[in-house]
Design a protein around this ligand. Sequence first.
Ligand code: IFM
Length: 467
Amino acid sequence: MSAFPVGFVWGAATSAYQIEGSPRADGKGESIWDRFVRAPGRVRDGSTGDVACDHYRRWPTDLALMASLGLKAYRFSVAWTRVLPEGTGRVNEVGLDFYERLVDGLLAAGIEPWVTLYHWDLPQALEDRGGWPVRETAAEFAGFAEVLSARMGDRVRHWMTVNEPWEIGFLGYGSGVHAPGRADLRDALAAIHTVLLAHGDAVQAIRANSPHARVGIALDLVACYPDRPGAQDAAAAERMDGHLNRWFLDALFADGYPQDMVALYGPAAPAIQAHDMEIIATPIDFVGLNYYYSQWVRAARGTGKGDSKGDGAGATKLEQVLRAHVVRPHVDTLTSLGWAVHPEGLEASLLRLAATAPALEIVVTESGAAYDDPPTAGGRIEDRQRIAYHAAYLEAVRRAVAGGAPVSGYFAWSLLDNFEWAEGYGPRFGLVGVSPGTQERTVKESGRWYSHVIEANRLIPVEGARW
Ligand code: IFM
């Protein structure tokens, strides 16, 4: 099977709230997720990230695991409130020390640290002052980027500002499924605008402290396909694409927010001040793509204003505004979360990124699948479906590279089974299993397979093999 480019970055990813635990240790401040999980009914199994993978205390074990897998890079996020407990002002040196030790440990093990500044855990103190919908939060984020890059910019060469701005806005402030649990379309779009401003400001702060650093952003794109032939579903898929993908791609890499979507959002569209779009479009060194599934879209009636005369029963306000809704996937292969396994969508999205931002390096900063991983005799976790998923998505990466997309790395989501936000601990994405009771780590078959792929720098056959 064909090899990947020389120097291809093979990694695995995690995020702070999903693995660290120890929410109040060593002076850490409260984040919106620390607060959110305590409200009844917010998390499916009633669980919290209070312990998670206990990574804050067990990081040396996890580092040894990464080394044993042969990872070349590790993508993790920094909990803002470990470093700045109130989000701004006083620096908590002990919190900073934790990340410094981790970075130094990774470097000593030959594993390149890829640091994400924001993976959804806004300081509660900043949420109390209005959160992401408030412009001032962008300046506070730039302050956080400044503190972190001043301390670690001599060693960390790869930074991602924010992870998945769509989720931050629409899940946190639009549907309220994620922290802080607010539900207002206008707030969601305002939050995304501030997040993108924060991204641009942070790029500049990092560059000032670390001129040789490579800085990017992690976007989650979703390829959207019409459900049925004909103009109506095609237009609906186009609107969904505008909502999920173009809003971000045009703002970061083209002429600003797409005008058709601005018109569709109407009064909910964000207020834009002079120079905002220049800040958002601050040049970056790479774009991270988080890719999991594709979607099929059907046209729906709607008023465009989100009133009760839209699609009728069951349609969310957003579906009414978009006049589109997502239907059953056109593939049979689904993960345990019901996500469509569709490597063609990844390939298409990589080629699209390459066309949208020519010459910009692309890195798959997340991809992975939740499966139930039934235990087998002897304690092995024979997660063949996860191997098949990664093999198919990596093959899609290879096709995109052959088609001209400059993809330079792949980070499996996730290193460890962890806290999957509002879904709790049910969905397991890890290459390494974590037993919630004992915290015992078990390298899954997929972890062993991935390790062989890394060593060979090429896909190795899945069928009939044992690792
Ligand atoms: O677990 C999440 C991660 O935090 C962000 N990207 C998607 C993953 C799977 O849902």
